[in-house]
Design a protein around this ligand. Structure first.
Ligand code: HT7
Ligand code: ZN
Length: 876
């Protein structure tokens, strides 16, 4: 494949003024007529040809200003249309006719069918699979779209913008016309046609504009769309209040689709969703599912301003819309739920997904400078580290400064395809703050280390804090210059209150934020009255590895006292993680607990503390997972040892905490009718954590079996089933519960995904045989991405013992499935292949097995660019 480089960016030779399409849908084919109004850009050579992108296209007609083009005037291949002599000066019309077969489109990019519904996915480069086009984000135009289809097969016809016309065509066919007045790039185009149910609600924006909201689903499932609608309305109100952003069209439509490559897509006025992020009810969805729907609905809605009204100049700027929109959805969830618990979740995800990416061969900067396949850059780095940079910007500027910069960004760039430089310039102009050191974060890959050293002199009552930043060179080969690290901190007194901490020497400190912009700096605090506990990097104010040899006693004190709750969690979680790492390094052989008794006590005290909210207490009980410990180990990882150590830690807490857990299980048990709110979800999380520890302590599945049978909602039922299947895989009760679960929910594909995923993650090497059987199950399909992810994806990402079997069988099985999958859906194959990315961090046997498998896979004939790119970079 060809490499695309940021430095090669230049605008198109031709300007696009508007798009007019007619899409005729039939069983087995789609006919697409596209009329473009184009104009050669000033200064472009008169003989420069017009080159349009295509992908697996068939051209059936071509006319320029109404005259059919002679065969020698153009060249059409499936992936390019070149028109040799386009008019030199005036605007001209280009009519393009293409034909596709949506039923055969297994890549789920472009126009395809999902359970009979016609739908599209165009980001990043799917529109070129519908018609030849200048398919890049800096080519913006208004669209008019006419859809024609059989009225019975597709009573609902949707596209972007506002509906303007509809009517009958005879022969059982009908049509609808949609007008989108807002300039947009082709990646935001969408079309949906099918026999759909819907729920509708009116909404009035802050300035009084009425909007008709609708959520469409497959037949019979609109009853599960209510929470999504509610989340949409809350998102709309929140964006008005927090960022002053109102919705702009007369309608806002969401469609839930079963076969979908990612979570959802923010097409203008017509968001298309993986039905997993729309359809919910208490019997079939967990609290985590509810939170996921709320987040994704908000995220796609927020894109209307950060992504659609202001889009990206090129795909190197992807984080401009994604990092910013993730930051916005995180802030929304923080306001709607518990801010601390939300932040803990975001930091856990960042460390679990982005840190390993940044540490391995797929490392890339938040703004990359080159790519082979853009689909492979929808990564944790672009999304989540991108959001962390926006968060640091907000921390540096404060709430008012950040809002001023955002206001200027919306004002200056509405209607533009912008860059990261454009974005940062707005904040500098609005606040006068120098952001040059923050900007460096966008260009350098890798996770910086922040080293902290403290020294308190009791004689002079002086605390000296030395801060150092460093960055290891990595696979991306980017620079390692110092960046701006905003460090939120506090000096906690023995009374649990923050001291007035104004340094008498040192760098810029504003309120509770230290601005570290140099490689190293020292701060001095005086007149403290006692040696304080240093609470550093509060709320994880920068995405760094913290290297701070703080004493265990100080950290245990902070776990009790710190007014910053996030840090109470993080010091405790770090203590546990470090103890696990020590035990792994010792070979995991010790029979005793890997956790010192004081740490176990601190965990139990937090879990039992009625002054803390249940969701937070549940977080304190959620130990670092096996992949977290593997990442902290960094090299020569033996997943069996890691598993044994994590298991021993769990047992240590369970044995010591029987009484605490018995009390919690009783206190937190579900009594009232189900409500998905955060407070109720927190109580269920704490109750289910207690149940897991109790069954570990008794080594008896009875309590889980009882909860499985009596559960009144999916959260409690799945928690119980998870304990049975993962902890007691051979108990007859576990198999009985699995069979019961299948029978209860066999008509619901989303619940069946849970049934498949649970079995694929049973932590033992023999699960490989289970997943082999599962891929032969009548309900398994390689064509449904959710099902593929549930079985193959969760196996590779979530089963440390079976995927990383020392005999290499887990690797080889996944590799064989990737070859099959690559022929159908390369995007999904490439994504699952990233589970190999940390192969170099394993002990020599597994490392050798993984490398051999990857090398052999790379030799496969006709690999897609997507999969080839991931494999090639993984082996680099
Ligand atoms: N902007 C979207 C990213 C996306 C996507 C969505 C569905 C299918 C394929 C896709 N490729 C890229 C989703 C988002 O971040 O909101
Ligand atoms: Zn997004």
């Amino acid at each position: 494949g060809q490499t695309i480089r940021l430095e090669d960016y230049r605008p198109t030779d031709f300007i696009l003024h508007c798009v007019d399409m007619t899409v005729r849908l039939f069983e087995g084919r789609a006919e697409i007529d596209t009329r473009l109004v184009l104009e050669r850009r000033e200064g472009v050579a008169e003989d420069a040809p017009l080159v349009l992108d295509g992908d697996e296209l068939t051209l059936t007609g071509l006319a320029l200003d109404g005259a059919v083009l002679e065969a020698d005037a153009y060249t059409a291949t499936p992936d390019r249309l070149t028109i040799r002599q386009a008019p030199a000066r005036d605007r001209f019309l280009l009519d393009i006719a293409t034909r596709t077969v949506p039923e055969e489109n297994t890549k789920l990019m472009g126009l395809y069918r999902s359970n009979g519904i016609w739908c599209t996915q165009c980001e990043a480069e799917g529109f070129r699979r519908i018609t030849y086009f200048l398919d890049r984000p800096d080519v913006l135009a208004p669209y008019r779209v006419r859809i024609e289809a059989d009225r019975t097969a597709a009573p609902v016809l949707l596209s972007n913008g506002n509906p303007t016309e509809s009517g009958d065509l005879g022969d059982g066919r009908h049509y609808a016309v949609w007008d989108d007045p807002f300039n947009k790039p082709a990646y935001l185009f969408a079309l949906v046609a099918g026999d759909l149910d819907s729920i509708r609600e009116p909404f009035t924006t802050a300035s009084g504009k009425p909007v008709e909201l609708a959520v469409y689903t497959e037949k019979g499932r609109a009853g599960q769309a209510g929470y999504a609608m509610d989340a949409l309305k809350r998102s709309m109100v929140w964006d008005e209040r927090r960022f002053g952003r109102e919705y702009d069209l007369d309608v806002f439509n969401i469609v839930a689709i079963a076969d979908f490559n990612m979570g959802a897509m923010e097409n203008k006025g017509l968001n298309v969703f993986n039905h997993k992020y729309v359809l919910l009810d208490p019997q079939t969805a967990t609290d985590a599912d509810y939170a996921g729907v709320e987040t994704v609905i908000a995220h796609e809605y927020f894109h209307n301003w950060t992504g659609n009204r202001i889009t990206c100049r090129d795909w190197f700027q992807l984080c401009l819309k994604e990092g910013l929109t993730v930051y916005r959805d995180q802030e929304f969830s923080a306001d709607e739920r518990s801010a601390t618990v939300q932040r803990i979740g975001a930091v856990r995800r960042l460390k679990a997904h982005q840190f390993p990416e940044d540490q391995g061969p797929l490392q890339h900067p938040v703004r990359p400078t080159e790519y082979k396949e853009i689909n492979n850059f929808y990564t944790a780095t672009i999304y989540d580290k991108g959001a962390e940079i926006v968060r640091m910007l907000a921390t540096i500027l404060g709430e008012d400064g950040f809002r001023k910069g955002m206001d200027l960004y919306f004002e200056r760039h509405d209607g533009d395809a912008a860059t990261i430089e454009d974005y940062l310039a707005c904040f500098e102009a609005a606040t006068g703050v120098d952001l040059s050191h923050l900007a460096v974060w966008y260009n350098q890959a890798g996770t910086p280390t922040l080293s902290v050293h403290e020294d308190y002199d009791a004689g002079t009552d002086r605390l000296t804090v030395t801060l150092r930043q460093s960055l290891e060179p990595g696979a991306a080969g980017t620079r390692t210059d110092p960046v701006h690290i905003p460090i939120r901190f506090g000096l906690v007194g023995s009374n649990g209150q923050d001291k007035d901490a104004v340094p008498t020497q040192g760098p810029d400190v504003e309120g509770d934020v230290i601005h570290l912009t140099e490689a190293e700096t020292t701060l001095v605090f005086e007149n403290l009255g006692e040696r304080p506990y240093l609470s550093i990097l509060r709320d994880f104010s920068a995405p760094v590895n913290l290297d701070f040899a703080q004493s265990e006693a100080d950290r245990l004190a902070l776990a009790r006292l710190d007014p910053n709750l996030f840090n109470r969690w993080s010091v405790l979680n770090d203590l546990i993680g470090e103890a696990m790492v020590r035990a792994c390094r010792a070979g995991g052989k010790e029979t005793a607990s890997p956790l010192p008794a004081e740490i176990v006590d601190a965990v139990l005290a937090t879990a039992a503390d009625p002054a803390l909210e249940p969701a937070f207490r549940a977080q304190a009980l959620a130990l670092p997972a096996e992949p977290d410990v593997a990442r902290m180990l960094g090299r020569d990882v033996d997943p069996q040892i890691v598993h044994d150590v994590v298991d021993a830690a769990r047992r240590a807490i369970s044995t010591a905490g029987v009484q605490v857990f018995e009390r919690l299980a009783a206190e937190m048990a579900t009594v009232q009718a189900f409500s998905p709110d955060a407070e109720s979800a927190g109580r269920r999380a704490l109750a289910n954590a207690a149940l897991a520890y109790l069954t570990a302590a008794t080594n008896d599945p009875a309590a889980a079996e009882a909860q499985y049978a009596s559960a009144s909602n999916m959260t409690d039922r799945l928690a119980a089933l998870g304990i049975l299947v993962h902890r007691f895989p051979d108990a007859p009760a576990s198999q009985a519960a699995l069979d019961d679960f299948y029978r209860r929910f066999e008509t619901d594909e989303l619940v069946l995904d849970k049934w498949f995923a649970l079995q694929a993650t049973v932590p033992r090497p023999a699960t490989l045989e289970t997943v082999i059987a599962l891929t032969g199950h009548a309900r398994f399909s390689m064509r449904n991405p959710n099902r593929v992810r549930a079985v193959i994806g969760t196996f590779a990402a979530g089963n440390q013992l079976a995927f990383h079997r020392p005999d290499g069988a887990g690797y080889r099985w996944v590799a064989e499935r990737l070859v099959e999958l690559d022929r159908l859906n390369p995007q999904i194959a490439a994504r699952i292949a990233t589970t190999f990315r940390s192969w170099r961090s394993f002990e020599p046997t597994r490392r050798g097995q993984a490398e051999a498998t990857l090398r052999q896979l790379l030799e496969t004939e006709h690999l897609s660019t997507d999969l080839g790119d991931i494999l090639g970079r993984s082996l680099k």
